[in-house]
Structures are given as structure tokens and as C-alpha cells.
Design a protein around this ligand. Structure first.
Ligand code: PEP
Ligand code: MN
Length: 354
């Protein structure tokens, strides 16, 4: 399947969305005819060409959508409004899974992608040591925070631009794209220069100003689920980014707060198959922040892959006991390597590659 959207620049919240399902076998010329007619009405389209049939998402003002007799267009089988509050992120709007391109990698395709690295970039040496080790073990993206959202203002806050520079340098040396967090809309131009994937941390999932601004970039976004957020709220936050023009969003489950305090958070794995039904966006799982316990990371990573996750993001530190943040949940490179070996048969069992 492939999708094209004619203009991703300015969906406003007042816009309504409906879906035109075409009859099987409708030819390209007919699709183009419908798309042109829709554009003449001042509406926008997104075309999803499936193996069996083509679907056209139509976006625009409700009044125009209501009075236009789309059913009468040749080749149209049925017309349905997208009823869910999240629209552009929904499977109704785009039936095929989105594949997000990051460097030479495809996220959301058959291959499961692993992002690994330290919680925070602490210095150049530890970042290079970690990156080289995780690459050999099978990681395809390097993660590391330069801006850290710490609970205490007295805790290590990250190296800022210096950390970003080390990330870029390590990325050039290893070929692994960089995933790093941006906490503040004012930092977007800076982070954009160094990052391949911009992470929105759990604490910022509902920072709507940040989401809107990230929607105006073209960079893939890793949107982490908030500590106290529902699946619907996560999808609504993703909708902010898509509605502002950026369709390159990867969702990430990282555990939610419950009464259970034996683990740092409670990993809601059921959200993975649920979100994959509700949305076309790829889903990652972060077993490090979800459990906070290093012994639980391998089994939960395996479970995440079995549940249908498209990738995992894991914290690895060369000396976890010396880590400036999240040492208790950081794997050593050896433990990480063992985890990747454990993931392989699970990926194969669910028809994925690693
Ligand atoms: C992180 O991944 O570095 C992080 C801070 O995670 P979260 O936002 O999920 O707590
Ligand atoms: Mn961390």
C-alpha cells in the first residue's frame, strides 16, 4: 500500500474528515478525477492505495463536506465520516500501517528496530563506548538525552548542546541515527540540527505548544505516553503533530502509574495490539522506564515484540553503578547483547525480522 497526501501543511481543528471508499478495481484515472474534483471544492485529500481498493480521506470544512454528493462520483462505493476524536492518526483514515523512514531504516515495517543507549549523555567517552557496543549487539538507533526531564531541579539536567554534538559525532562514526529528547519548543531548531528522531518525553506528552511546533518540522517524532495518560489521550496528542503537518510519528509505551509500586511504572502491554488496531502509526515499547528493574527488561522486551511492537527503546550504560541517571534500570552492554539474542526467536515467531 502507499499513501500520498496533497498538502500536509494546515489542518485546523475545525476541519472535518470523511473517507471515500472506492469500488474494487477503480482505475488510477478515476481516482485522479475524484481527487481533482475534491480539490476544486477547496478540500484536501489523502489517498491510500491498497492491494484491493483505494480509499480517499477528505479533509475540509464540515459545511462543504455535508452538501457535496460524493456518493454520486463515479467509482465511489461508500462515504463514511471518521467518528473517532482522533482522525488523521486513525486506521479508518489510513488503513495501512505507516512506515517511517529514519536514515536508511524503516520503522513500522517487517523489521523490528532497536534503539539503545544511555539515559543521559554524560560525556563523550561513555557515549562512544556505549554506541559501539550496542551497535555490535544489534541496535540500529542510538538513544541518549541531552536535555533531561528530572523530577528534582538539583539532579543532573543533561549536557545540552554539548551532548547533542557528541550524539551527532557518534552517529556519523557508527551510522546509527540519533533519538534524543526536546523538552522546550524554543530548543526545536537546535535539537533538529543534531537529532534524527526527536523524542517527546512522557512528561511533555500533553505540552500542546511543543506538539504543535513539532508538527511543523519534518523530523520523525517519538511520542512517549504520559505517566497518567490514557490511550485516547496519547492518540489525541499524536493528532496534534499530524494535524500540523508532520505524519512521521512513532508512539511509545513506557509504563503508566498505577497503585503497584513493585515496579517503577506498570507496563501496559495491552495497549500495543489495541493501538495497532486503532491507529496506523508504529508503536515502540520502552521496558526500561516501564519497569525500572533491569532483570525485568529482557522478558518485557520479548513480550512487547510478541504483542506486536515495531521496536523497543532500551537504556544501556557501560557502568550502570556510576550512571548519573537511571542506573538501576540500565543494562550493561553484555546484558543488552543477551537481550537481543533472546528477542530474535520471538521476532521470528511473530513473523518479524530483527
Ligand atoms: C527517556 O527516555 O529518557 C525518558 C526520560 O523517558 P520518559 O519520558 O518515558 O520518562
Ligand atoms: Mn532514563
Amino acid at each position: 500500500m502507499r499513501s500520498t497526501i496533497n498538502d500536509q501543511s494546515d489542518y485546523s481543528s475545525e476541519n472535518t474528515i470523511l473517507i471515500i471508499v472506492l469500488k474494487p478495481g477503480t482505475g488510477e484515472a478515476q481516482v485522479r478525477h475524484i481527487v481533482n474534483k475534491v480539490h476544486e471544492l477547496g478540500l484536501k485529500t489523502m489517498v491510500s492505495q491498497g492491494v484491493e481498493r483505494t480509499i480517499i480521506g477528505v479533509i475540509g470544512e464540515e459545511d462543504i463536506l455535508r452538501i457535496t454528493p460524493f456518493e454520486a462520483f463515479p467509482g465511489v462505493e461508500k462515504v463514511m465520516p471518521v467518528l473517532k476524536p482522533y482522525k488523521l492518526v486513525s486506521r479508518e483514515f489510513k488503513p495501512e500501517t505507516s512506515v517511517i523512514r529514519v536514515g536508511g531504516l524503516a520503522i513500522g515495517g517487517k523489521t523490528i528496530q532497536i534503539a539503545a543507549g544511555p539515559c543521559a549523555v554524560e560525556n563523550r567517552t561513555m557515549l562512544f563506548d556505549t554506541a559501539n557496543a550496542v551497535k555490535v549487539a544489534g541496535a540500529r538507533l542510538i538513544r541518549g538525552g541531552a536535555f533531561k526531564p528530572r523530577t528534582s531541579p538539583y539532579s543532573f539536567q543533561g549536557l545540552g548542546e554539548e551532548g547533542l554534538k557528541y550524539l551527532k559525532e557518534v552517529s556519523e562514526a557508527t551510522g546509527m541515527p540519533v533519538v534524543t529528547e526536546c523538552m522546550d519548543p524554543r530548543d526545536i531548531p537546535l535539537v533538529e540540527r543534531y537529532a534524527d528522531v526527536i523524542q517527546v518525553g512522557a512528561r511533555n506528552m500533553q505540552n500542546f505548544t511543543l506538539l504543535r511546533e513539532l508538527g511543523q518540522t519534518k523530523k520523525p517524532i517519538l511520542l512517549k505516553r504520559g505517566l497518567m495518560s490514557t490511550v485516547k489521550e496519547l492518540l489525541m496528542s499524536a493528532e496534534y503533530i499530524l494535524a500540523n503537518g508532520n505524519f512521521n510519528v512513532i508512539l511509545c509505551e513506557r509504563g503508566i502509574r498505577t497503585f503497584e509500586d513493585a515496579t517503577r511504572n506498570t507496563l501496559d502491554l495491552s495497549m500495543v495490539p489495541l493501538v495497532k488496531r486503532l491507529s496506523h502509526l508504529p508503536v515502540f515499547v520502552d521496558p526500561s522506564h516501564a519497569t525500572g528493574v533491569k532483570e525485568l527488561i529482557e522478558p518485557m522486551a520479548c513480550a512487547a515484540i510478541a504483542a506486536g511492537a515495531d521496536g523497543i527503546i532500551v537504556e544501556v550504560h557501560p557502568n550502570p553503578e556510576d550512571a548519573l541517571s537511571d542506573g538501576a534500570q540500565s543494562l550493561t552492554p553484555e546484558e543488552f547483547s543477551k537481550m537481543v539474542a533472546a528477542l530474535r526467536p520471538v521476532a521470528e515467531a511473530v513473523g518479524r525480522a530483527l
